[in-house]
Design a protein around this ligand. Structure first.
Ligand code: 0O2
Length: 221
């Protein structure tokens, strides 16, 4: 019913979703450019995969209702930060923080909020670095600032989160209470994998510090 009401004000809603889609395109390009540059310099790709998603109208309305916000377009823009989401799956743990630093050096990207679930994993074991950033899109007659949720995680973190999402996250009949510790142990195992792969990388020919130094960004303007 609410979704119908929302969508009847169709034009404004469609425009807003188009702007978020454009913001995702801009953000995806930023990460692709960083990956290309790094790959050219070091013959190694810090990004394994990128996924983007726009929140569905139903989930937008559900979230507005849940949080008691008005159901209209400006309320979405003011109150919700995750309409446009980009997930950047990184090769190694260091790459997560290297890409965060590189992104935040872009002078058209402003950090609004940061949640580091790698430094402080969620109770169930979920790990990822979440950033809410604002970035401009350039339209014919205006520049619009758009919010994007960026999730940075390693392949191991994504493995756990993708499977947990299927069997437990927000599910009514998720994993029984008694088995939650096993889920947590699996998250610990994925964290251990990240640590061991980072150690192995240090031992191979690639000088991590060399990469880091050479790829240290100055503020780009
Ligand atoms: P989906 O289905 O992935 O789109 P907020 O109300 O926004 O302030 P929220 O939404 O809880 O708080 O923010 P948080 O904790 O930063 O999580 C946002 C997103 O992170 C989720 O989006 C998931 O994509 C992911 N996430 C967070 N916790 C978990 C978890 O325990 N397991 C998994 N698999 N993913 C998680 P959505 O929209 O909730 O879900």
């Amino acid at each position: 019913e609410f979704v119908g009401m929302f969508l009847r004000r169709g034009q404004a809603f469609m425009e807003m979703m188009t702007y978020y889609r454009c913001a995702l395109m801009e953000m995806e390009t930023k990460f692709n450019v960083m990956n290309e540059e790094f790959s050219l310099q070091f013959d190694r790709e810090p990004i394994s995969n990128i996924k983007t998603r726009l929140k569905s109208p139903q989930s937008i309305v559900d979230k507005l209702l849940r949080k008691d916000f008005p159901i209209d377009v400006s309320s979405v823009e003011d109150n919700l930060n995750d309409i446009a989401g980009i997930r950047v799956i990184c090769s190694f743990l260091d790459d997560v923080y290297m890409l965060e630093e590189a992104l935040l050096k872009h002078d058209d990207v402003t950090l609004i909020e940061k949640r580091d679930y790698i430094a402080s994993p969620k109770k169930n074991g979920y790990r990822s670095l979440h950033l809410i950033v604002s970035t401009p899109i350039f339209l014919a007659h205006e520049k619009r600032m758009m919010k994007v949720e960026v999730q940075l995680r390693t392949i191991a973190m994504d493995f756990w989160a993708s499977l947990e999402h299927q069997i437990n996250y927000k599910k009514k009949n998720g994993i029984p209470q008694g088995n939650l510790s096993e889920l947590y142990e699996c998250a610990e195992m994925s964290a251990e994998l990240d640590r061991r792969m980072a150690e192995l990388r240090k031992k191979c020919g690639i000088a991590r510090d060399g990469e880091k130094e050479a790829f240290h960004y100055e503020k780009i303007s």
